[in-house]
Design a protein around this ligand. Sequence first.
Ligand code: PLP
Length: 468
Amino acid sequence: MKRRVVKYYSTTPMSLHTIMRFEKYAKVETFPLLKTYRVNVPHQLLIQGIINGYQFSVAYKNENWQAHEQVLDADLGIEEKENVTAKIYLDYNATTPLDPRVLQKIMPFLQNLYANPQSSHSLGQKIENELQNTRSKIAKIIGCSAHEVIFTSGGTESINTALKGIAYHEKNVCGHKRNTILTAATEHSATLRTCAFLQSQGFVIKYLPLENGIVSLSALEQALDEQTLLVTLMYVNNEVGVVQPLEKIGKIVQKTSAFLHVDAVQALGKIPINVQEIHADLLSISAHKIYGPKGVGALYIKEQVDILPVLQGGSQEYKQRAGTQNVPGIIGMGEACQIAIREMEKNNCHLHTIRQHFLQQLAKKHINIQLNHELQTSLPNILNISFPSIDGDMLMMMLDEKGVIVSRGSACNAKSQQPSATLLALGITKEQAQSSIRFSFGKYTTSEEIDICIDSILDIKNILTRKQ
Ligand code: PLP
């Protein structure tokens, strides 16, 4: 077959697999960034659709595209065609696209390396070795030993295992002498709802006061007593990016008999994490926030700390978490962690530039905003701002129609139309919280995307103010 030039604009790195299939009959050029997509598409014929659940876009240079499309249809088994427009994704705190290098690493484990790591035959043992290598990689990244890391299905499961595991152990094994759990109102729902559940089981939950989103150290010192079983706090907040002074918090908690659990889901890959330096007894991470696969995470449990497992079954994960491991997911998480650590400085520099550019463009276009957090104490990947007199939900929906994807807060509470509980807990008024948007940037965000986003905000603002 004559080789034709096909330009393939990847809107998701998962489409690498599709690219490989295109390569059978065409020279393929790949553009992983939406920027390229937007710049080039108007000059060419564009075909978009869904292949096996993944969005794809193909633009042909060759005008004899119809024959080509049939070949594509037949070859790729296209089930459905949709008029999907290119999206500018500014919701990286909800989740991130898979890094193509992670996908490459995972592929053999979805195809040939499928044996069960629990099996004692050679294939099973090969997979078990791969899991142990990944465990060691992750342990090295967070500063612990490999046997102190267990794999889970993500941040939520890690947090549940940590909190319930400690609480059940205290209640069932240690005679329930300690009964209080200290946390903060700005925690993720995985923590808040687990705490609410434990409250229904007889535990006392206390919420520490915050100063600009940061836990008051003196209040923490005062709250800790012989009744305190556990302190659970997030390292980096998912809605405003505030970083807790975990080293100081850890030092305070360490002086008592209480355990410290850290939700590091939004911290991993953005700031260095060392469980020794922050004196953590337990620490939760998740892969899908760092360009890894969804549905996989890990929990650090300090060697001297005992938990009662939440899942009963096989003896996987040192008997702390029963169930056959998500091998491709875990392998992907290991790769994603290593890439994230290697490229952390470069990514953070890029994110600083992006956030600065965003703020400068807002000022240049005279768009009035209110900042919902201090920039100095929050990470550069996030900007939570309010647009006075504009309804946040309306703005979010209209931005979506224009191809700009943002959110109002945690993805787990996205369906709720209530103002963000985190913003309210930070002392922001209900009115300001109601007009807030969380923009979260990532390593693929470009200045051109920010320009389009700002222009879209300006357009929407003009439409909405004309209506008023
Ligand atoms: N903790 C924080 C701070 C988060 O941002 C999230 C996800 O949004 C989670 C926990 C839950 O992680 P997962 O989505 O892996 O269950």
